[in-house]
Design a protein. Structure first.
Length: 160
């Protein structure tokens, strides 16, 4: 009987000491990593845009983060353009956020600006796409460019 009580006590102690990462502001698996915070990019507009609407369509999203493991100085959004059947362009800075949360509406004309080979929205074709990626710069100078698959804030805008 003493052995059963001992085994149950050990099992109960193990259950009590488990923690639930989902309920923490920054889950413990991020402790000591380059990340320091969880980045959220919530896209409220369609990620697929008809070529007939490129002059009026916008890409709307909100950038925020949770946690204070490492204070954030800024978050930069970069874009790459991939023509249908072609190779992606080099990353081009699109905008930088220093106030959070930030809600943004980006026109397709704004996305086209600065992309080699594109002069206006009229140059876009079916199956072209833009990918927006986010880069965190911390106040201590650290930079995070990669995110886990469960919390990947990067997204793609496609044209049809």
């Amino acid at each position: 009987m003493k052995k059963i009580i001992y085994i149950l006590s050990i099992a109960l102690l193990g259950l009590v000491s488990c923690n639930d990462d989902e309920n923490e502001a920054v889950p413990s698996y991020l402790d000591g990593t380059q990340y320091g915070v969880l980045l959220h990019v919530d896209v409220s507009s369609s990620k697929t845009i008809s070529l007939a609407n490129v002059n009026t369509a916008t890409v709307d999203f909100k950038v925020s983060y949770e946690g204070e493991k490492r204070p954030v100085a800024s978050i930069k959004a970069t874009k790459t353009f991939t023509p249908s059947g072609g190779a992606a362009s080099a990353a081009i800075d699109q905008m930088t956020f220093t106030t959070f949360p930030s809600t943004v509406s980006v026109s397709i004309s704004d996305l086209v600006q600065g992309v080699p080979g594109l002069t206006s929205t009229a140059d876009l074709m079916a199956n072209d796409s833009f990918q927006l990626k986010f880069i965190i710069t911390y106040q201590d100078g650290g930079v995070a460019t990669r995110y886990g698959t469960l919390n990947n804030p990067n997204f793609t805008i496609k044209f049809n």
